[in-house]
Structure formats: C-alpha cells, structure tokens
Design a protein around this ligand. Structure first.
Ligand SMILES: C[S@@+](CC[C@H](N)C(=O)[O-])C[C@H]1O[C@@H](n2cnc3c(N)ncnc32)[C@H](O)[C@@H]1O
Length: 199
C-alpha cells in the first residue's frame, strides 16, 4: 500500500460515517450530472471513487436492469456506508484502487468520477488507466457537486492558475491521457467536465 493510498484511506475512513449527512443537498446535482452524461440502457459504467455511492442510484436508473454499474473505492469504510445506505442493490461494490483497475481493456462504456481527480497521485497516468478500461468512443464525467471557486472557499484555500481542474489545465491533461474534453462547466453549484475516449 503506497503512502498516498494510506493517506486517502485515513482521510476518508474518518469521514465515511457522516459523509451523506454532511452534504444532504447534493442529490439533485448528482441526478442532473448523470442525466447530462448521456448513458444508454445496457451501458457498463464505473463510478470511480464512488465513496458512499451517491451516484449509484441515478447511474442504475440511466443504464437500466440490462446495464452494469460498478462502484469502486479504496476506502473500506466508504463502501461499508454505501452498503448500509442500501446502494449495494444498485451496483457491484468493489474495494479497488482506480489507478490499477482489475478490469480488462475496453470493458466499459463510461466512467463517472465525482470528487476524485484532486486525490489522484499521478493524474496523467491515472486518467490513462481510466481510459484503458473504456472502449474507444466511450465517455468520462469528472463531476463535483460544487464549483471550483466555492470549493476553494469552503476549504479555505486560494484558487490558483495551477489548479488541475481549471479548463486550461484539464483539457490538455485529458488529451495527454487518451481523452478529448467535449464540455466544461464550472458554476457555483457544480463542476462537470465531459470527455470522450480517443481511439
Ligand atoms: C471526495 S470523495 C468522493 C466520494 C463520492 N464520489 C462522492 O462524490 O460522494 C473521494 C473518494 O475517492 C476515493 N479514492 C481516492 N483515491 C482513490 C483511488 N486511487 N482508488 C479508489 N478510490 C479512491 C476516496 O476513498 C473517497 O471515497
């Protein structure tokens, strides 16, 4: 287990039990983001860094009973909270590192990742790993139920031009990692960047 992973598990493990109570108003933003993602019935989708599984119900609704939904997270307490919330009925919950996924090349149609990117130790390589498991033409959503400026204010930090999710950084980062960014929205109440897997 790397130092980065231990840090992630300690940080989110301590917050898992209260995660959903802390952000009770986020549910509609998840539903809207998944609706914009354009999944189809039968699609195979991974929620990368699923946490307590807040996206799993809308993802299941989008792909239907013929689709596949996998929620993967590194923090056991997050997955335990997802199970307690009944979200294990919507998806296969996987204790896994999304930087080294136990999935074959092109196994998925889409990856949805909420609040994940800032925690990736090597964004270029890690986004490339997400591209590996998605078929050419498949899709990626990088989402946060709060915009960059509001999140920085909440965390008491300044938003700098180096911010990974700034449009001028994220587009090139995605292009280097096998994705083409197709839309970008950074508003007070949400952040949503969509990308398509390049062939
Ligand atoms: C900010 S939380 C977001 C959780 C959930 N997606 C949500 O929006 O409520 C980030 C999550 O990513 C997980 N995570 C961070 N690095 C990861 C990795 N390399 N592999 C799998 N999960 C990871 C953490 O354990 C945590 O649950």
């Amino acid at each position: 287990m790397s130092e980065d992973h231990t840090r992630v598990q300690e940080f989110f493990g301590a917050r898992a039990a209260d995660w959903d109570r802390k952000f009770p108003g986020d549910t509609p933003a998840f539903a809207t983001a998944v609706a914009e993602f354009g999944l189809r019935p039968g699609d195979r989708v991974l929620d990368a860094g699923c946490g307590t599984g807040r996206a799993l119900t809308p993802l299941r609704a989008a792909v239907g009973t013929s689709g596949t939904v996998i929620g993967a997270d590194l923090t056991p307490q997050m997955l335990a909270a997802a199970q307690r919330a009944g979200r294990g009925a919507q998806a296969a919950l996987l204790l896994a590192d999304v930087t080294r996924l136990p999935l074959r090349d092109g196994a998925l149609d889409a990856v949805f990742a909420a609040g994940l990117v800032a925690h990736l130790p090597d964004p270029d390589a890690n986004l490339r790993e997400l591209a590996r498991v998605v078929r050419p033409g498949g899709r990626l959503a990088l989402f946060h139920p709060i915009g960059r400026a509001a999140l920085a204010a909440r965390q008491g930090r300044e938003l700098t031009p180096q911010d990974l999710r700034a449009e001028h950084n994220l587009g090139p980062l995605l292009a280097r990692s096998g994705w083409e960014m197709t839309s970008y929205a950074d508003e007070d109440a949400r952040f949503l960047a969509l990308a398509v897997r390049q062939s």
